[in-house]
Design a protein around this ligand. Sequence first.
Ligand SMILES: O=c1[nH]c(NC[C@H](O)[C@H](O)[C@H](O)CO)c([N+](=O)[O-])c(=O)[nH]1
Length: 169
Amino acid sequence: MDKTIKGLKPLSDDLKIDGSNYRILIVHTRWNSTVVDPLVKGAKETLINEYNVKEENVCIYGIPGAYELPYTAHHLIEAAKRADKPFNAVICIGVLIKGSTAHFEYICEAVTQGIMRVNIDTDTPVIFGVLTCLNEEQALLRAGIGENSHNHAIDWAGTAIEMAKVRSI
Ligand SMILES: O=c1[nH]c(NC[C@H](O)[C@H](O)[C@H](O)CO)c([N+](=O)[O-])c(=O)[nH]1
């Protein structure tokens, strides 16, 4: 029996959603790229291999840091709408690692509230793929790096597909 309670179990095969007609945006930071890069790879590969999203429909855009994620997501969502090529869902990927000042807490709060606001303001699912870690070890484990690790971006990709279906209602 699976001992762990915490976590997101994937949908059973009979409920799996086909993403072959979805257009997904991944916005990621360049800060902490050692951890961000495997997260982006995990999200992209899961969208394509597990949910049939076409590679040409996975758009990826890099920006400096997590604080820039909400603006970038909002701007690119609206630009895609104007081009009549809307995104069905967006995944914002970043990694915040606590330092010796309160900067971490302020950015975590701003980014969390900012990404939630973009969901509502654009009526587009924007998945919170921001790791808020107290140390580098926590970040590495959540990017699937090391023993007993799990790449959380796999879950974010599945969430993006499920929420893209909600958006289509
Ligand atoms: O993405 C991150 N940005 C960080 N800071 C930069 C911030 O996101 C903005 O890019 C910067 O403040 C300019 O707006 C981080 N820290 O400061 O620790 C961090 O851990 N992760």
